[in-house]
Design a protein around this ligand. Structure first.
Ligand code: G3P
Ligand code: MG
Length: 246
């Protein structure tokens, strides 16, 4: 069975990385979601791809200047559609509650926190703490583009599966040693420029291979025929039923 990850939730149907986008996922037969996490000034972990509010909320500014009390006044939905006016930026705790209720499996992507290592450690603290509330019957995969952050997470949580993320530019000859240093058994690679030979090489090393972000059915099919195990997609609802659970 190939895995479809709802990338930032059902992010073409609802504003990305919001509770509404995640809650839509089971309705479309997907049981894996991907989310991005970063941390506010007070240590609150939130679901957000960007470290800035500019692209996906009704105001500009940095996440790193906010505290949890600020979240009530920030609208992360009205930029997307009138149906989502007032949609908040979720906290990680709210996200975990939703995952438990909907019985979803989750890939938590730890953002490469741009505010420095001390802030990154607070992000890791919050993620580790938040994940203790995830029901034990949920599948969990933690990933990051930052191998130092991921290795530190794995040091703290050796029993949780981790995946190294590689952009096209970062996928260089040292990818295998980075994977091994992080004790990762799954690799998340960018779709653009990915070749059959590279997929075969990664599979030959025994890794689970997931590819981001794949929104064309033909490309997904090609990747699956090369041996790819899963794709991250914004349009899971358009995939044929053979990839979905109902
Ligand atoms: O985790 C897969 C994918 O989400 C990585 O890229 O930039 O969408 O977080 P990005
Ligand atoms: Mg992501």
């Amino acid at each position: 069975m190939k895995t479809l990850f709802a990338h930032r939730g059902m992010s073409s149907l609802a504003p990305e990385n919001t509770l509404s986008a995640f809650a839509l996922t089971p309705k479309h037969g997907l049981n894996w979601i991907e989310c991005d996490v970063d941390v506010l000034a007070d240590g609150t972990v939130v679901i957000s791809h960007d470290d800035s509010l500019d692209r996906c909320t009704d105001r500009p500014g940095s996440l790193y200047d906010l505290t949890v009390d600020d979240l009530a006044d920030i609208d992360a939905g009205s930029w997307f559609s009138d149906d989502y006016i007032g949609e908040p930026i979720p906290t990680f705790d709210q996200f975990i509650d939703l995952v438990n209720v909907h019985k979803l499996n989750v890939n938590v992507e730890i953002k490469s926190c741009t505010a420095g290592w001390a802030h990154t450690e607070r992000l890791l603290d919050g993620v580790v703490e938040g994940l203790t509330r995830l029901h034990k019957d949920r599948d969990l995969l933690v990933s990051s583009f930052n191998p130092l952050a991921l290795a530190e997470f794995k040091r703290r949580c050796p029993d949780i599966a981790v995946a190294c993320l590689f952009s096209k530019e970062a996928l260089e000859d040292d990818w295998l040693s980075i994977m091994q240093a992080c004790q990762a058994d799954t690799i998340h690679v960018e779709d653009e420029g990915l070749t059959k030979e590279k997929v075969i090489e990664m599979k030959g090393q025994g890794f689970t291979v997931n590819v981001y972000t794949v929104n064309q059915l033909g490309r997904a099919n090609q990747l699956f025929n090369w041996g790819v195990d899963g794709v991250f997609t914004d349009v899971g609802h358009t995939f044929p039923s053979r990839y979905r659970n109902g």
